[in-house]
Design a protein around this ligand. Structure first.
Ligand code: GLC
Length: 625
């Protein structure tokens, strides 16, 4: 399948006039490719749609699948290769859909199964692949299995699908162990027997409404294999696997008084890392047994000939542990959170890139690169903080307020690093508009269970609502045009489920699409060039400009070379030099390149690259005779 059509790279922007000879690159994609056997996901740019907040197709204030269908042309125009949709399944929404009550149906808030089918075919017709979210660590407490388990006896087969245990203490009044929930509070909740007396406890690494499944039970394996097939048969191209490191718990559920965090922290690591005999710090994450599950799933996916893929959301450390998820015969990709948390800091970004490239090579996998998602403060906001490497769990009105102008400038530069790197890249909806978080959201609007579970504790957390604010499509429409498609025309759509900050008005899609210099057009240009030159499969090298101590990240990516498989004609080499200035002073640029893209109009000052800016310099070399 061919990805969205790529446009010829626009001619060299005026700011690149320093080279004196604008020379747009001209090799058509088919010639630059010369790699017919790679699966589609190897170099794909994948756009995360958070259905609640992407586009509202029926005007009820909540995003939905018809809304996504209506915006497919927008995604096509942006030039991404695939969509990943966060959960749209039947769910009471205690964790925004990551609490699934029925894995084989669509929640009425988001539409119908027919809408899902229509979205899959609309996306495919537009040349876009589609990845859905799979949540195997836990179900919702509304799932029929859990309802059945609560009604059943201790020790029954129904309870054995989950992790039920008797309590400790004289009368079972204390939890079975000391584990904490990732969302705050204990990881255990006590049940009530049908006669009203207190009963067993069940494990939930997340919210009380998200009981952990028992992956020691073959019935659970069989059920998920069937869920995979259900969606594969409907044509999906892959699964993003939620908490992929969580399903298997250490034998005997040993005590662990520590606290693991989402995305950033996998628990406390020892000072000396023994790769061969590494013991994961937490007894409920990254246990060896999870890999057996992925080998099973890999075999299921291999039965389908459209190259479906498995993508791991696994917050594990050190980085070499992550790449164990993408060993041959397991998953295909894993989110690179080391890159995400490195912030806007040349040394940290360098280390994350180098380590990822090294570890990927060990297992023969390719890389992914990501800057934000629905669980993190958006990078525009993070990069606008006094310390652009900080990683807050959310930003509230009483916290340090980011400088979003600076944050966006840095975010545009960071996008040029992300999209220049070989491998696959993940964009979170709104990255392409340069959206920040809502950093002054009133508490009464917050829905994230993290906020509610920790608000009266010693360590209150703001939670993730700030990055989940509905997309602004049209500056002058109610809700900045969140209601799209048919709903757009309806009298008064309901307010979006979370209020949008005023600064979203100027960032709305209709203020950026086709507007020279906008963040959207920068992304589009980078994606166009990336596609044309096949940067995603290029060869990486740090460039002679690379100097992290001075805040400079710089590398080259080279594609082409060799000969056409058919005609035997030599193929010219294309080289892109990525230069990002994360330091405090202007820095030299290469002279020998013939075309360039800059992160901002004023990135080039006196023939030097200004701080908080980046550029792509390109040249084509004649084929070797
Ligand atoms: C993943 C999701 C997050 C969710 C959690 C529990 O980390 O990305 O949004 O809250 O899993 O399912």
């Amino acid at each position: 399948m061919t990805p969205a059509p790529h446009h010829a790279p626009s001619s060299v922007p005026s700011s690149a006039a320093h080279t004196g000879q604008p020379a747009p690159l001209s090799t058509p994609p088919s010639e630059a490719r010369n790699r017919p056997s790679n699966p589609w996901w190897v170099d794909a740019v994948i756009y995360q749609v958070y259905p609640r907040s992407f586009a509202d197709g029926n005007g009820d204030g909540m995003g939905d699948l018809p809304g996504v269908i209506a915006q497919v042309p927008y995604l096509q125009r942006l030039g991404v290769d695939a969509l990943w949709l966060s959960p749209f399944y039947v769910s009471p929404q205690h964790d925004a859909g990551y609490d699934v009550a029925d894995y084989r149906n669509v929640d009425p808030r988001f539409g119908t199964l027919a809408d899902a089918d229509e979205l899959i075919s609309t996306a495919h017709d537009a040349g876009l692949r589609i990845i859905v979210d799979l949540v195997p660590n836990h179900t919702s407490w509304d799932h029929e299995w859990f309802v059945e388990a609560l009604a059943a006896e201790p020790g029954s087969p129904a309870r054995n699908r989950y992790v039920f245990r008797p309590g400790t203490g004289d009368n079972g009044e204390l939890p079975p162990n000391d584990w904490s929930s990732i969302f705050g509070g204990p990881a255990w909740t006590r049940t009530e027997n049908p006669d009203g007396t207190p009963g067993e406890w069940y494990l939930h690494l997340f919210d009380t409404s998200q009981p952990d499944l028992n992956w020691e039970n073959p019935e659970v394996h069989a059920e998920f294999e069937s869920i995979l097939r259900f969606w594969l048969d409907r044509g999906v191209d892959g699964f993003r696997v939620d908490v992929a490191h969580g399903m298997i718990k250490a034998e005997g559920l040993p005590p662990y008084a520590g606290f693991a965090n989402m995305v950033k922290d996998a628990g406390d690591l020892p000072e000396f890392i023994d790769r061969e005999n590494f013991v994961p710090p937490t007894p409920y994450f990254d246990q060896d047994g999870v890999h057996e599950i992925y080998r099973e799933w890999n075999r299921v996916l291999a039965e389908y000939d459209h190259e479906p893929c498995l993508v791991a959301e696994a917050w594990v450390a050190p980085v070499f542990r992550l790449f164990r998820y993408v060993r041959p015969g397991e998953m295909h990709q894993a989110f690179n959170f080391a890159f995400l948390v490195s912030g806007f800091d040349a040394q940290r970004v360098t280390d994350a890139i180098q380590e990822s490239l090294d570890e990927a090579a060990v297992v023969g996998a390719t890389n992914t690169w990501v800057l934000s998602n629905h669980d993190t403060v958006r990078h525009v906001s993070r990069f606008g903080l006094a310390d652009p490497t900080s990683y807050p769990e959310g930003i509230a009105a009483e916290d340090e307020q980011p400088d979003h102008v600076l944050g966006r400038r840095r975010a545009r530069a960071a996008a040029m690093v992300e999209l220049g790197l070989p491998g696959s890249a993940y964009l979170y909806q709104g990255d392409e508009l340069g959206l920040p978080d809502h950093t002054t959201l009133a508490d009464e609007h917050r829905e994230d269970p993290t906020f509610h579970r920790t608000r009266n504790t010693e360590a209150p957390e703001t939670g993730r609502d700030g990055c989940r604010v509905p997309m602004p499509w049209r500056a002058e429409a109610p809700g900045y045009g969140f209601a799209v498609g048919a709903a757009e025309a309806s009298a008064t759509p309901a307010d979006p489920w979370l209020p949008q900050p005023e600064e979203y008005r100027a960032l709305a899609a209709d203020q950026q699409v086709d507007v020279a210099g906008s963040t959207f057009e920068l992304y589009r240009e980078l994606l166009t060039i990336r596609g044309e030159l096949d940067l995603g499969t290029g060869a990486f090298e740090w460039s002679r400009f690379h100097d992290p101590a001075q805040g400079i990240v710089s590398f080259t990516v080279t594609t082409g070379g060799g000969k056409h498989l058919g005609s035997g004609e030599p193929i010219p080499t294309q080289t892109v030099l990525v230069l990002a200035n994360m330091g405090a002073s202007p820095t030299a640029i290469p002279e020998e390149y013939t075309a360039a893209v800059f992160s901002d109009d004023d990135a080039l000052v006196n023939q030097q690259l200004a701080p908080d800016s980046a550029a792509w310099f390109m040249k084509q070399s004649a084929p070797e005779a």
